[in-house]
Design a protein around this ligand. Structure first.
Ligand code: SF4
Ligand code: SF4
Length: 328
């Protein structure tokens, strides 16, 4: 088998977005633009021969050492003996935007035109056709974007199709306002995880951020999900996105962590609101850095696992690098 630079998505991945089909959702390569396979996609019949041909062409170039500019410099590229078979096993499904809340930081907020009004195309017929063509395998993962699972009619059908075929893992994000049948079914299998953005510890702040009065319902859903966990206790996570001037208080974070423990969760996620963070990433105010340090210290004391989401992860990476340089 030939060794060459590629990635698990170029080999066997596909990303269904609300207006396109892409190889991946990363913008980490030199171009910094999405790696489109089909732009302006709205559910038209897919020419699988052409689409697989596009991917084959990219892989053939990789074999000759010519890396696509979309991928140049991407952390996902690695030299390996990639298998030669043509199939898709790493899915990212983010073809819907409907939701039962309206977070201030949601990407659909930037374009009010499609918040809760964009009609998604159907995914199940696409997956059925992939099965018929022997293009779909269940030895990888399914990651959802979206949109809220409870607002997608096909969510249970898609999830159950992957669960019944023993997919390795399913990653879901949900508002938690309404429990979702297939999420509840997936948690005890140990192969489905769910992250719920709570972002606060009280009804009033929740209303301010999510523009709906549903804090108590979210906590009930989280309790229900926590109770469905079996031996693997870190499949249900509560997330806190620090939004300066909205929920950036020590008390808010302390209460959130304590409530998380009370409802039986074992892991939390932390993030920083992206539109605020990006222009300040080289000069993050001490107050925000201290809040991250507080989360790190208190999760240790409370025995909670801590998962850093995108901007918090970037913040941690930059902070730790700077500290290491200073200590040299
Ligand atoms: S190498 Fe990076 S940019 Fe290229 S397909 Fe893989 S994840 Fe996407
Ligand atoms: S829960 Fe997610 S999809 Fe819904 S409004 Fe919030 S960020 Fe957007």
């Amino acid at each position: 088998m030939q060794q060459y630079k590629s990635c698990h998505l170029l080999e066997h991945g596909i990303y269904f977005y609300y207006d396109s089909i892409q190889v991946c959702c990363f913008l980490t390569g030199k171009l910094g633009t999405p790696f489109w396979l089909t732009k302006d996609y709205k559910g038209q019949k897919i020419d699988w021969d052409a689409l697989c041909g596009q991917l084959r062409e990219i892989r053939e170039k990789n074999k000759q050492g010519i890396v696509d500019p979309h991928c140049e410099g991407c952390f996902n590229l690695k030299e390996d003996s990639w298998d030669e078979e043509e199939y898709f096993s790493n899915f990212y499904i983010s073809h819907w935007t409907r939701c039962n809340c309206n977070c201030k930081y949601c990407y659909t907020e930037e374009n009010k035109k499609f918040f809760n009004s964009h009609k998604e195309y159907k995914m199940m017929p696409i997956l059925q056709e992939m099965i018929e063509r022997k293009l779909l395998r269940f030895n990888g993962y399914l990651a959802y974007g979206g949109g809220e699972p409870a607002c997608l009619d096909e969510f249970d059908d898609i999830t159950e199709l992957f669960l019944e075929n023993n997919v390795r893992s399913i990653v879901t994000n949900s508002s938690g306002i309404k429990p979702v049948k297939s999420i509840l079914k997936g948690i005890p299998t140990g192969r489905l995880d769910v992250t719920v953005s709570v972002d606060c510890s009280d009804r009033e702040t929740y209303k301010k951020i999510k523009q709906i009065d549903a804090y108590d319902r979210v906590m009930d859903t989280l309790k229900m999900y926590a109770a469905a966990q079996t031996e693997n206790k870190t499949l249900v996570r509560s997330k806190y996105i620090i939004i300066p001037d909205v929920n950036d208080t020590e008390k808010g974070i302390e209460n959130w962590l304590e409530q998380t423990v009370d409802i039986g969760l074992k892991q939390v996620c932390i993030d920083i609101e992206g539109r605020w963070y990006l222009p300040r990433k080289n000069n993050v105010p001490e107050h925000i850095a201290n809040l991250i340090a507080l989360v790190e210290r208190r999760t240790k004391e409370l025995g909670l696992g801590l998962f850093y989401y995108s901007y918090a992860d970037q913040f941690r990476f930059d902070r730790d690098k700077k500290l290491a340089e200073q200590n040299q």
